[in-house]
Design a protein around this ligand. Structure first.
Ligand code: NAD
Ligand code: UFG
Length: 332
């Protein structure tokens, strides 16, 4: 199978390229490096031990995409390209609506024209808003609290409408919970620019001494230790989920990709300290506006229909996240 991976140099995309190649699929990558580095492409080539078919360009650029589809006979598209920072989306909503919606609409138009109607789309647990019950099932009510989340919900709706109008499409929407970690050699990983917003990248920077102390946003939630609970999933498991989904595309389907387990902020801090033998100083601060107490997936559907089950542990996630940053530091 020849798979086009948009955003394939990004954090989840690059791991998915690696898993696709391990599963003996052909891969074509498109990325405009708006949130990734050219050196990651070189690292990825070294990791997979082969050259990669790569096109630098913007998925919003129809003429560019046309060229890719003319040159490559694509069977399936996995669409990761998009912006993902919740806070930035509140400050720059138009940028988020423009990039996330326009890239998807352009991609769908060009795919349809070239009769490639097999798509996997990166959605997010953010579309569940503040869930009333846990664990979260795919048929729970949907709502969003920020422009980033709204782009995901709008795209989900567009995809459902498209399928309704033409059932020869095969579309799988994957709603990720909290991806962390990286492949175990520490070649690929996540190293956000500036001060990280998400928990694991922040913990890692405190562990390396780049940041002084972690702020734990609230210890008065109704959870086992009062801190927020999330379903952290190792990015390698998540990437494997995409391979299974690509191999089983049929009709319109939606799956949660998580582990089904909830871990608190302090679980993460303590596990990170233990497996890496480092200190992560922290202080309790106010809650972060917009945060929910708990969020974890019901993973039954992905298990039954995709045979997908996360295999990696929280220890693996914490160890691998640190390996990558230590490697980056060694290389300067
Ligand atoms: P990322 O920013 O690391 O990767 C996205 C890649 O897409 C980057 O390499 C960027 O350069 C590229 N890109 C962005 N806009 C583009 C465009 N118009 N044309 C070409 N390339 C473009 O993000 P990620 O963490 O790998 O996330 C991938 C997808 O998964 C995103 O759609 C994101 O919204 C979604 N998602 C991520 C998370 C998460 O926590 N990381 C959770 C849920 C959903
Ligand atoms: N947290 C801290 N201190 C920090 C950062 C986070 O205590 O410095 C806490 C948060 O309050 C929360 C937990 O750590 O309880 C996880 O926070 P993240 O920011 O890492 O992740 P979120 O669950 O808030 O959101 C992430 C992505 C969203 C995505 C969602 C579900 O940022 O885009 O996961 O996939 F929608």
């Amino acid at each position: 199978m020849k798979v086009l991976v948009t955003g394939g140099i990004g954090y989840i995309g690059s791991h998915t390229v690696y898993e696709l190649i391990k599963a003996k699929h052909d891969v074509v990558i498109v990325d405009n490096f708006s949130n990734s580095k050219k050196e990651t492409l070189e690292k990825l080539k070294n990791l997979v031990g082969q050259d990669l078919s790569f096109y630098e360009g913007d998925v919003c650029d129809k003429a560019f995409l046309e060229k890719v589809f003319q040159e490559e006979k694509i069977d399936v598209v996995i669409h990761f390209a998009g912006f993902k920072a919740v806070g930035e989306s509140v400050e720059k909503p138009l940028l988020y609506y423009q990039n996330n919606l326009e890239s998807t609409l352009t991609l769908l138009e060009v795919m349809g024209k070239h009769n490639c109607k097999n798509l996997i789309f990166s959605s997010s647990a953010t579309v569940y808003g503040s869930p009333e019950h846990l664990p979260i099932k795919e048929d729970f009510p949907l709502s969003t609290t920020n422009p980033y989340g709204t782009t995901k919900l709008m795209i989900e709706k567009i995809l459902k409408d498209l399928y309704q109008s033409d059932s020869s499409w095969n579309i799988t929407i994957l709603r990720y919970f909290n991806p962390i970690g990286n492949e175990e050699s520490g070649t690929l990983g996540e190293d956000p620019k500036g001060i990280p917003n998400n928990l694991m990248p922040y913990i890692v920077r405190v562990a390396t001494g780049e940041l002084e102390i972690l702020s734990v946003f609230g210890d008065d939630y109704d959870t086992k230790d009062g801190t927020g609970v999330r379903d952290y999933i190792h990015v390698v498991d998540l990437a494997r989920g995409h391979v299974l989904a690509a191999e089983k595309l049929s009709g319109l389907s939606i799956y949660n990709l998580g582990t089904g387990h909830g871990y608190s902020v302090l679980d993460l801090v303590k596990t990170f300290e233990k497996v890496n033998n480092v200190k992560v100083p922290y202080k309790i601060t106010d809650r972060r506006p917009g945060d929910i107490a708990m969020c974890y997936a019901d993973v039954t559907k992905a298990k039954e229909e995709l045979s997908f089950e996360a295999e990696k542990t929280l220890e693996d996630m914490c160890r691998d996240s640190y390996t990558y940053i230590k490697n980056c530091k060694k290389q300067g």
